[in-house]
Design a protein around this ligand. Structure first.
Ligand code: FAD
Length: 441
């Protein structure tokens, strides 16, 4: 097993701004276990010396959940990358360190898809996607990561291994493995994931529309999801976000998928819904362009965008019900626009609502001012979200970015989380920045 000492951090914009202004992240020990037994050995060793342990996947998280401090031990899980596919049952058993894009390509070669395609797929690991409760671009058809996970193999803080029990359904108590989906490595180390996969759709039919208003766009999305459609992609862009893609006004990009007859029928229903709100049909162009650029915002690009002195850039993804979305959007957008350029798109729809995904970018006279403005942007957005009863994170997680607002968001469930965490990790050795940080103890 390789062991080395080096700095480790994720892509939390605050860390990137601090690095830009000359701060150096602490050098920590990084161990790269190749077997489950080695992970257990490392956890036991850390326990003996009371060292804190942080699991690491692709380090593409954007909330500072992976921010180790001097003396911490980081487990680089990238060597745990075995994959077994059961084509008959459409089940895959994959180790936590496998790269998301590599897993998807392996499935595609055999006519299957996981259907989980976050924009960070080229860098994210399966264990990281599970641990941040991530959502992919095709969630309106296949669900979020927690809908795909059938079971998990997990190493607890004391080295006990709990094996995945993967069933299509069970009523033997609550699905306890779900406790670890979104726990940001603070309850255990995810070693292996059993997931449902899907046959790749034979046909995909996509197009775009221009809409007059936010309400018209949301109405198409709501009607589609509540009407029982399962679109592969369904996303609404506000005028500023549309402009980034060469489109004007409010624009909707959607794709129907499945056996050709079903895809055609679903595409026809989408077209009727769009026409019903007076949308202008833009043809297949916007869909093709979206497909081509779907992974453009890479980790490298993010670092580039944040390289200019005094600049800040971040994304804040909130979620609420259809009826609350317009007011939430208007208030958050106005707040962000006071700090810089503010963009928003609506994605990951369900019958009940969707995610409002904001991007904010700007520049300040110096690094201190940049961090201060960035902090004000977040504080305002979180307070508005809580006031509108929106989820303060839809799919990026908590980390350090959202830790101050977790108690308010969880309400009485905070106590459940706190007690559970203390029971599973009484010595507080697993990721101190996960879901609320040290305040949990
Ligand atoms: C350009 C860009 C685009 C993005 N797009 C999306 C998107 O479309 N959808 C989306 O949901 N997210 C997106 N993200 C953020 C997203 O959180 C991460 O990309 C991804 O889910 C994290 O995976 P990772 O392997 O990089 O995890 P890391 O960053 O390595 O870790 C994230 C957290 O999970 C923990 N962890 C990692 N592996 C394990 C494990 N095996 N066991 C226990 N804990 C573990 C870490 O300790 C940390 O707390 C994007 C990020 C970037 C930079």
């Amino acid at each position: 097993m390789r062991r080395e000492r080096r700095p480790v951090h994720d892509l939390w914009p605050v860390t990137l701004v601090r690095l830009r202004s000359g701060a150096s992240p602490p050098v920590v020990e990084v161990a790269r276990p190749e077997t489950f037994e080695e992970v257990v050995g490392l956890l036991r060793e850390a326990r003996r010396s009371r060292r804190r342990v942080l699991a690491m996947g692709g380090a593409s998280g954007v909330c500072g959940a992976l921010t180790p401090e001097a003396g911490d031990l980081v487990l680089d899980l990238s060597a745990l990358d075995r994959v077994e596919v059961d084509e008959h049952d459409l089940v895959v058993r994959a180790q936590a360190g496998v790269n998301g894009l590599e897993l998807e390509r392996r499935l595609n070669r055999r006519g299957m898809t996981l259907g989980h395609l976050p924009a960070s797929l080229p860098v994210a690991s399966l264990g990281g996607m599970v641990s941040t409760r991530s959502a992919g671009q095709e969630s309106s058809r296949y669900g979020r990561i927690e809908d795909l996970v059938l079971g998990l193999t997990v190493a607890l803080a004391d080295g006990t291994i709990v094996e995945a029990r993967a069933r299509p359904g069970t009523a033997v108590g609550p699905p306890l493995h779900q406790l670890f989906v979104g726990a940001e490595g603070s309850l255990g180390v995810v070693l292996e994931v059993v997931l449902r996969v899907h046959r790749r759709p034979e046909a995909v039919l996509g197009r775009g529309w221009r809409l007059g208003t936010l309400e018209a766009g949301l109405e198409v999305m709501r009607s589609a999801m509540q009407g029982g459609l399962r679109p592969l992609v369904l996303r609404l862009y506000d005028p500023e976000d549309s402009a980034l893609q060469g489109l004007e006004g409010w624009s909707l990009v959607a794709a129907a998928a499945g056996p050709p007859a079903l895809a055609e029928a679903e595409a026809a229903v989408l077209a009727v819904l769009a026409a019903g709100v007076g949308a202008e049909d833009l043809g297949e162009g916007p869909w093709r362009s979206w497909l081509e650029h779907r992974f453009d915002l890479s980790a490298e690009r993010l670092r580039d965008l944040l390289s200019a002195p005094g600049s800040f850039l971040d994304t804040i993804e909130l979620a609420t019900t259809w009826s609350r979305l317009p007011a939430l959007y208007r208030e958050v957008k106005a707040h962000l626009a006071r700090a810089g350029a503010a963009l928003c798109h609506f994605a990951h729809p369900t019958g009940q609502g969707c995610c409002a995904y904001f991007t904010v970018a700007g520049s300040a006279p110096d690094e201190t001012a940049a961090e201060r403005t960035h902090g004000e942007v977040w504080r305002g957005a979180m307070e508005i979200a809580l006031r509108h009863e929106a989820a303060i994170s839809h799919h990026h997680g908590v980390g350090r970015a959202r830790a101050p607002w977790v108690v308010a968001e969880l309400g009485g469930w905070w106590e459940v989380w706190r007690r559970m965490r203390s029971a599973l990790d009484p010595e507080c050795l697993l990721n101190p920045n996960g879901v609320g940080g040290d305040g949990v103890r």
